[in-house]
Design a protein around this ligand. Structure first.
Ligand code: GLN
Length: 307
């Protein structure tokens, strides 16, 4: 849609297009095949209008941006108390793939790091197929189109999944995971390998921003309480060990992924999706972070700003 908003997004995209800082993730070999220059930005308002520029329709694997949505699905299916028994809500201040648990409870600290996300994935059904289908169906409803798993990304990650397997074994050791570790990591990896575009991310984010009502179909897909809980955990833990800096500098609940996607959801206003594969040392998209810094400054979107 051509509009003052898309003109503005085009200006932001053009200003940042030459920024080649950072590097494409390489610990999942297939991600190294991404074109590092691809750059797309999309914004969906809570009344359902999407504005987008650049490579807004290029597909990439959702990776860790699946985590808030899997958490929201688990809260919906299992209820707050049983999810809270399995995973906490404290920021970890650690890297996304840290092998760590909360001191007394032995729960993963939150659902945005791998330990917590592997746990929430395990709550989505009783076998791998059911869990993957629950995630895929839910992500598709949010995106407004049927999404598919990238088999090549999934295979590539599973071939090199020792770290996540170690996390799953640690979780089993403490009784947090009951399922067999390989089966859960396989399902979690499929969940992370679902292909999306920057436009999909903005529509998915807009449902969270719109208190759980899909901005286009107007269907309630999440309860108000689940949307609030998910946004809160994104605000405190969505950007890994850069979460505190993000909240102070940008002030928009967000989630990043290692393929270079970045999703933000500004309560009551809009969802924003950015795709740019080069990452900083925290694993966040370099140009994605800069887009959000610009939007937050130019449009006064910081949650803590008072008019
Ligand atoms: N699938 C990736 C992993 O588990 C997701 C990580 C990420 O996007 N930060 O390592």
């Amino acid at each position: 849609m051509k509009s003052p908003v898309s003109d503005y997004l085009r200006e932001v995209l053009d200003d940042l297009a030459d920024d080649a800082d950072g590097a494409v993730a390489d610990y999942i070999p297939e991600l190294m095949n991404a074109d590092p220059d691809v750059f797309g930005i999309a914004l969906t308002t809570v009344d359902g209008r999407t504005h987008s520029v650049g490579n807004d329709e290029v597909e990439f694997s959702i990776q860790s941006i699946s985590k808030p949505f899997a958490y929201a699905a688990a809260l919906t299916d299992r209820g707050f108390d049983s999810v809270a028994d399995a995973v906490g809500v404290e920021p970890s201040g650690e890297a996304f793939n840290e092998l760590s648990l909360e001191g007394d409870s032995r729960r993963p600290k939150n659902a945005m790091i791998n330990a917590g996300a592997i746990t929430t994935h395990s709550l989505l059904g009783s076998d791998t197929e059911q869990r993957v289908e629950r995630a895929l169906a839910f992500f598709s409803t949010l995106a407004g189109r049927r999404l598919v798993v990238s088999e090549s990304v999934c295979r590539s990650e599973l071939d090199t999944a020792d770290r996540n397997l170690a996390i799953a074994h640690m979780l089993r050791n403490y009784g947090i995971l009951e399922e067999e570790a390989h089966a859960v990591v396989e399902g979690y990896t499929k969940q992370c390998s679902v292909n999306v575009t920057a436009r999909d991310l903005s529509v998915m984010g807009a449902t969270l921003a719109n208190a759980g009502v899909h901005p286009v179909s107007k269907e309630r897909v999440l309860s108000r309480a689940v949307a609030r809980q998910t946004l809160s955990v994104m605000a405190s833990s969505g950007m890994y060990d850069a979460a505190g800096h993000w909240l102070t500098a940008v002030g928009i609940p967000a989630k990043s992924g290692v393929s270079g996607g970045l999703l933000g959801a500004l309560p009551g206003q809009a969802g924003v999706g950015v795709f740019s594969p080069r990452l900083d040392s925290h694993g966040n998209s370099v140009r994605g972070v800069k887009v959000f810094e610009r939007l937050s400054d130019d449009m006064g979107l910081h949650l803590m700003d008072v008019e």
